[in-house]
Design a protein around this ligand. Structure first.
Ligand code: NAP
Length: 230
C-alpha cells in the first residue's frame, strides 16, 4: 500500500487571536510546518498557541507585507475573529503587495433556533436604541464596543470583561463582571439570573467558544439583541 505523500513543510503566518487559530497552529505544527501566530496584544494574559508567537500590530498593510517578505513566509492564514475587519482587510492588501498567498478561515455565523428570542440589528448604535428603558442588560461585547451604550442612562449594564478596566467606565449604573465566558450554559444562565439580567447584547461571532450564553438565553427565554455581521 502506498503511503500518503507528506506536504512540503512551509513557513506559515497565522493571523490569530481565536481558539480556531490555536487549533490550526497545533495542526500545522504536527504536519511539520514552521508556524508563527500573530496576536494583536489586546489581552494581558493571552492563551498562547503552539509554535512561534509575535505580538502587536504591523503598522498597516504595508507593514504586514514587509514583515511577510522580510521573514520569508510562504503562506498566510487569516484566522482572526469575524468582527476584526481591519486586520482582514490589511491581510488582503498585504497578500497583493507581497505575493504571499492568503487563505481565509471565517467562522459561520450562529443561526437562530426555536426558542431563541433574537432581535437582529446591524450596528452597535442600533443595539443601544433597541433596549427598553429600565432593562438590566448583559453586554457580552468586548471593551472596545461599549461606547454606544453609555448614553442609555435609563438602563443598568452588567459588562463582561476579560481584564479589569484601567479607569472607571463611563456608565452611570454598571457592574463589570471579570473573566472569560464559560463554555457551560448552566453557568452562564446562573450568571444572568444572579444579576437579574433582562436582555443580552452580543455579536453574531459564530463558533463554539461563545455559544453557551446563547443556549443560556434560550433556556431563560431572555431577549437577545444580536449584532449581525455586515
Ligand atoms: P481589527 O480592528 O481588525 O485590527 C485593528 C488593528 O490591530 C490592525 O490594523 C492591526 O494593527 C492590529 N491587529 C489586529 N489583529 C492582529 C493580529 N492578529 N496580529 C497583529 N496585529 C493585529 O482587530 P480587533 O477587532 O481589534 O481584534 C484584535 C485581535 O483580537 C484580532 O487578532 C482578533 O482575532 C482578536 N479578537 C477580536 C475579537 C473582536 O471582537 N473583534 C474577539 C476575539 C478576538 P496594524 O494595522 O498596526 O497591523
Amino acid at each position: 500500500m502506498r503511503s500518503k505523500a507528506k506536504a512540503k513543510p512551509q513557513k506559515i503566518l497565522i493571523l490569530g487571536g481565536t481558539a480556531e487559530a490555536r487549533t490550526l497552529a497545533a495542526e500545522l505544527m504536527a504536519q511539520g510546518h514552521a508556524v508563527t501566530t500573530s496576536l494583536a496584544g489586546r489581552t494581558v494574559d493571552p492563551i498562547l498557541p503552539e509554535g512561534a508567537v509575535r505580538i502587536g500590530g504591523f503598522g498597516g498593510a504595508d507593514g504586514l507585507a514587509a514583515y511577510l517578505r522580510d521573514e520569508g513566509f510562504e503562506r498566510m492564514i487569516d484566522a482572526t475573529h469575524p468582527f476584526a475587519r481591519r486586520i482582514s482587510e490589511n491581510a488582503i492588501k498585504a497578500a497583493a503587495i507581497s505575493g504571499v498567498p492568503l487563505e481565509q478561515r471565517l467562522r459561520p455565523r450562529w443561526q437562530k433556533l426555536p426558542g431563541d428570542r433574537w432581535r437582529s440589528v446591524t450596528s452597535l448604535d442600533a443595539a443601544a436604541d433597541a433596549l427598553s428603558s429600565g432593562s438590566t442588560v448583559f453586554l457580552a461585547l468586548g471593551r472596545q464596543y461599549l461606547d454606544a451604550f453609555v448614553s442609555r442612562s435609563d438602563c443598568r449594564f452588567i459588562i463582561r470583561m476579560v481584564d479589569p478596566p484601567e479607569t472607571r467606565l463611563a456608565f452611570p449604573d454598571h457592574l463589570p463582571v471579570l473573566g472569560k465566558p464559560s463554555s457551560d450554559p448552566d453557568r452562564e444562565a446562573d450568571l444572568f439570573t444572579a444579576h437579574g439580567v433582562t436582555h443580552l447584547v452580543c455579536r453574531n461571532s459564530g463558533g463554539p467558544a461563545g455559544y453557551a450564553k446563547i443556549i443560556a438565553a434560550r433556556k431563560l427565554a431572555l431577549p437577545v439583541i444580536m449584532v449581525e455581521r455586515d
